[in-house]
Design a protein around this ligand. Sequence first.
Ligand SMILES: *Cc1c(COP(=O)(O)O)cnc(C)c1O
Length: 361
Amino acid sequence: MTQNLIKTVFRKEILALSAYKVAEAKNLIKLDAMENPYTWPEQVKEDWLQLIKECPINRYPDPEAKALLATLRQTNKISAQSGVLLGNGSDEIIQLLLMAVPEQSCVLAPSPSFVMYQQVALSLGLNYQSTPLLADSFELDLPAMLKTIEQTKPALIFLAYPNNPTGNLFSAEAIMSIIEHAPGLVIVDEAYAPFANASFIETLTDKPNLLVMRTVSKLGLAGLRLGFIVGDTAVIEQLNKIRLPYNINSLTQVTAEFALKNQALFDQQTQQICLDRAIVLAQLNQLPHLTAYQSAANFILFRTGKNQAARVFEALKAQGILIKNMSPQGGILTDCLRVTIGQPEENKAFIEALTSIMESL
Ligand SMILES: *Cc1c(COP(=O)(O)O)cnc(C)c1O
């Protein structure tokens, strides 16, 4: 009975999906989700609480989040010529983009990349296409991408820069070529901008089909759920029509504005994370049978020996350390694990546990 009900009510694409699962991390050292491991000094927390106290929570939030928007424009060096749209996390913006294109549209991204592009595209019944990255370098296969663009005329192309889960920055020339050949929009997803010395923000004013998307999540505000996308005002205007009017709640608006005005605090934290990333990378590459890849983000992808990813992942978890097993995604991620850079003591615990696991394999 219920099965029949389910089948009549839901689209077949949704019946075929599985939910995005988030691992339970209670009592574990959490190095699985690209979070910033640091909190704020007590005085900063006190100042924040003062602002929260005055927040008129009985009222709807400012639908345009004007104060926050002005701060974001300033801290991200966004040109006054460009339009900006805010989302409840950049995940919501990915959903808005995909909701806005015609039925049957093709959507293209390299593979592997951020899983939400595919998850949301499929849930909306769009034609999702992916082009494999080059196996040795994780670089874009530009000829293959251009061929797919020519054949499928994608309405949207998603390029994560740096890419998740590989951590590398794709060739900027290859991205420019894709932007120039794309018949639709190209979204450069800069979720890891705080850890990378590269961006397409300054290219925006020359390329009307380019959008740059960012988030405050990886910077250190994952709990707020705030992302934004920058681009041509005419493109942003269309997207704004399907944005729900109060998608950025009052507490997020007040907190993000306050936090971004403490930019020096985040600069210090992200610099520390980048220093520790170099240490963890070197330590991983000293272990036998492991290959760790260079990263421009706050995580490192590494490859274990053949068929050992699940064993290593479980052994780490048994020792209280949660990372992410990428191997089930297959393809060039077979045998791969991904670790987020934590505080120095957490990284040390991870490397020590991994060292003993690799010795006992
Ligand atoms: C984490 C991540 C996001 C999602 O960010 P939210 O703003 O937290 O929704 C988007 N894109 C990439 C590539 C990511 O890794």
